[in-house]
Design a protein around this ligand. Structure first.
Ligand code: NAD
Ligand code: IPM
Ligand code: MN
Length: 352
């Protein structure tokens, strides 16, 4: 008998619930009639955590998440909680840290139907297929001391050897399963943490002689990722640089509203989430792009549940709506979130 998988659902803020509904609709549609059985556990988190339970990461939420098979998040935050003692974003950083999710994988893969929607010329973007491996639980986001005072503020960029070694292994192992090319991105002409990052990258690289390594400073990389995106395979970069670079990379596909991500640790459940935020500027209008959330669900099925065949049905449905231009305004379309989702549902049902 197959076990029932426990999926913790963090439905998020602003457009969060709108796209989560879409993602769960597709999950339901695509798993009907299969042996994949799951239970959804909705718990308070982010702004919704503040509203429902007084904190962006209630203790009960982290306890339940630790017992789950996977955690599925849409996006959190927004102006409603700008003055909260603990903002929704604090909850996100804490859940990543408490689940020890040190690596965040953010793919940029251009499908043929997306080439015309890219703001870049087709000859630049065709064949683009790389992943950013973003270190997620250290660096400038977590280093101490950090202080915000009346006349000064401090953040600390910190990396331990263990933290850099494990993210490098993660990236090099991924490269071995892909196109055997790692790009190390840092600022080692200036920052001590980056000199350290590059030195360890070079040492770890020797353990993977089949993988080609090259190096970029982050400033030059922001250009290269637009001028020759198809030349990259696995990009390993510290927390802050990875945050910035992945939003930039998303633009290659035409909209950030398409990009999923997964955060992984040494053990315990993975966390799956689109890379974008809660998009307060379009919330409540019913026009949020559901593709990022739907792709996130597909990633979860493949990576946590080994259900690639089911995930492939989702990918086919996503391809179909993009090819037929059944898309939301961020991709130049005129459809609502629900209409796009229904097109995917119909496609999946017609291809059983
Ligand atoms: P954002 O990613 O929410 O939005 C940036 C732009 O992209 C906006 O114009 C938005 O409309 C658009 N966009 C994003 N997702 C979209 C989608 N699915 N469909 C269509 N358009 C989409 O970034 P922001 O505005 O800087 O941040 C808003 C809030 O989200 C902030 O509180 C921020 O801290 C938070 N945030 C949360 C996460 C997360 O939960 N992982 C990630 C990033 C930002
Ligand atoms: C992301 C977001 C988060 C980050 C914020 C909301 C804490 O921008 O997931 O990319 O900076 O990691
Ligand atoms: Mn970000």
């Amino acid at each position: 008998m197959t076990s029932v998988k426990k999926i913790v659902v963090l439905k998020g803020d602003y457009i969060g619930p709108e796209i989560m509904t879409a993602g769960l609709t597709i999950l339901d549609t695509v798993t009907r009639g299969t042996t994949f059985a799951y239970e959804l556990i909705d718990v308070p988190f982010g702004g919704d955590g503040i509203d429902r339970a007084g904190d962006p990461l209630p203790q009960s939420t982290i306890d339940i998440a630790k017992q789950a098979d996977a955690v599925l998040l849409s996006a959190i935050g927004g102006p409603k909680w700008d003055n909260a003692l603990r903002r929704p974003e604090q909850g996100l950083l804490e859940i990543r840290s408490k689940l020890n999710l040190f690596a965040n994988i953010r793919p940029t893969k251009i499908m043929s139907a997306q080439i015309d929607r890219s703001p870049l010329k087709p000859e630049y973007v065709k064949n683009t297929d790389f992943v950013i491996v973003r270190e997620l639980t250290s660096g400038a986001y977590f280093g101490k001391p950090r202080k915000l005072e009346a006349n000064q503020a401090i953040d600390t960029m910190y990396y331990s050897e263990k933290e850099v070694v494990r993210i490098m292994h993660q990236g090099f192992k991924m490269a071995q399963r892909r196109n055997k090319h790692v790009t190390i991105v840092d600022k080692s002409n200036v920052l001590a943490t980056s000199k350290f990052w590059r030195k360890i990258a070079t040492q770890i690289g020797k353990i993977y002689p089949d993988v080609l390594i090259d190096y970029y400073y982050i400033d030059a990389m922001t250009m290269a990722i637009l001028s020759k995106p198809a030349t990259f395979d696995v990009v390993i970069t510290p927390n802050l640089f990875g945050d910035i670079l992945s939003d930039e990379a998303a633009q290659i596909t035409g909209s950030i509203g398409q990009i999923p991500s997964m955060s992984v640790g040494e053990s315990g459940p993975n966390l799956y989430e689109p890379i974008h935020g809660s998009a307060p500027d379009i919330a409540g209008q019913g026009i949020a792009n559901p593709i990022s959330m739907v792709n996130t669900v597909a990633m979860m099925l493949t990576e946590s549940f080994d259900e690639k065949k089911i995930a492939d049905k989702i990918t086919a449905a996503v391809n179909y709506i993009i090819e037929n231009h059944y898309v939301t305004p961020d991709m130049g379309g005129t459809m609502t979130t629900d209409e796009v989702t229904q097109k995917m549902v119909d496609y999946i049902k017609n291809h059983e």
